[in-house]
Design a protein around this ligand. Structure first.
Ligand code: FES
Length: 81
């Protein structure tokens, strides 16, 4: 069983299993990916690094693919590309 860690999503503290896919963690927390830069809703499509629809910001870095990123303690996630 994975350890549970705390991270920030859009500034809110949440807990998720360490090493889980960030995309899966967001879905399990009921947090959909939010809007594209134009404001339209986005959703993950491929979950394997191809479609780029799961882009978020992690620790200030833009364009991080949530489906290929593991949850780790203290990471700061923003649900926008
Ligand atoms: S869901 Fe397609 S690249 Fe992440």
């Amino acid at each position: 069983m994975n350890a549970v860690v705390e991270l920030l999503i859009d500034g809110q503290p949440v807990r998720a299993p360490a090493g889980a896919s960030l995309l899966v963690a967001l879905e399990q927390l009921g947090l959909a990916l939010t809007a594209s830069p134009g404001g339209s809703p986005r959703g993950a499509f491929c979950a394997m690094g191809v479609c780029q629809e799961c882009r978020v910001r992690v620790d200030g870095r833009r364009g991080v693919l949530a489906c290929l990123t593991e949850v780790r303690e203290g990471m700061r996630v923003e649900r926008r590309p």
